[in-house]
Design a binder for this molecule. Sequence first.
Ligand SMILES: NC(=O)C1=CN([C@@H]2O[C@H](COP(=O)(O)OP(=O)(O)OC[C@H]3O[C@@H](n4cnc5c(N)ncnc54)[C@H](OP(=O)(O)O)[C@@H]3O)[C@@H](O)[C@H]2O)C=CC1
Ligand SMILES: O=C(O)C1=N[C@H](C(=O)O)C[C@H](O)C1
Length: 274
Amino acid sequence: MTDTEMKMVVVAGAAGRMGQTLLKAIHAAAGMRIHAAIEREGSAAIGKDAGDVCGIGPIGVPITADPLEAFVKADAVIDFTSPASTVEFAALAAQARIVHIIGTTGCSQDDVEKIKAASRHARIVMSGNMSLGVNLLGVLVRQAAAALEAVNWDIEVLEMHHNRKVDAPSGTALLLGAEAAKGRGIDLLANAVKVRDGHTGAREPGSIGFATLRGGGVIGDHEVIFASETEMVTLSHRATDRSLFAQGALRAARWAFDKKPGFYNMLDVLGLDS
Ligand SMILES: NC(=O)C1=CN([C@@H]2O[C@H](COP(=O)(O)OP(=O)(O)OC[C@H]3O[C@@H](n4cnc5c(N)ncnc54)[C@H](OP(=O)(O)O)[C@@H]3O)[C@@H](O)[C@H]2O)C=CC1
Ligand SMILES: O=C(O)C1=N[C@H](C(=O)O)C[C@H](O)C1
């Protein structure tokens, strides 16, 4: 391992589902070190050893609520937290000139603009899904949407997640919807139907519909359905272990290390056609 490789990594939201998964993945990764682990001010995890929190035993890294101190000598921060904290961390990552990997979903357009502004000085990779499979699926959805013309084929995106998820539709569903819109040459925001309730009227031709299911411990299921009068094509992905997302995030951090400041996504990291 040399100074030209990713080493010192900060985990934001260290006590969360993804935070714990990331701590374990970084601890096991060749050449990478858990430089710091941070949580929200007032969290019950503050002061605890990050290794104890994620179940690998003590590693001598206490969880703190001081992101600036954590970022200053770090190479990267990996952040699966909440929109407000992610916007704050992007500004601090820019100040510290480090890599910022963002898995947080549910960010508003305004949040994304602020994150993009921070990417003038930070190398930021942001994606609603860090897995190879979902990003490949996105490329396939774009191709299918381009090939199956809107006049005959309706597009619906269905997702199911665990009962603790707080945002809807999922970041992945929106990523897949965006790829479908790209394939059709339309704007997703102007054509998305995210809620149906009551007397909705007939389906708007050319729209892209979203349906959200929540229940149990489902890690992440997604389907993109192309439906015509006479046939149906379904492209789908199922995540069966959260370590999938952590491995994608580590890959993104390594990739971003020698890049120029900028706003990147997983298609850039994976070298898939964008
Ligand atoms: N892109 C991808 O591939 C994936 C994205 N995700 C996304 O990642 C995010 C987190 O998911 P998940 O781990 O399941 O959620 P959790 O709620 O389990 O974890 C989020 C953690 O972040 C903490 N947090 C909130 N605010 C701050 C702050 N200001 N500073 C430090 N820590 C903070 C939370 O603390 P507290 O609970 O005290 O608020 C919590 O411990 C979600 O947006 C989810 O959709 C998840 C999986 C894959
Ligand atoms: O909150 C989750 O758990 C997940 N969130 C991401 C999303 O919103 O798509 C990715 C994954 O599906 C798990």
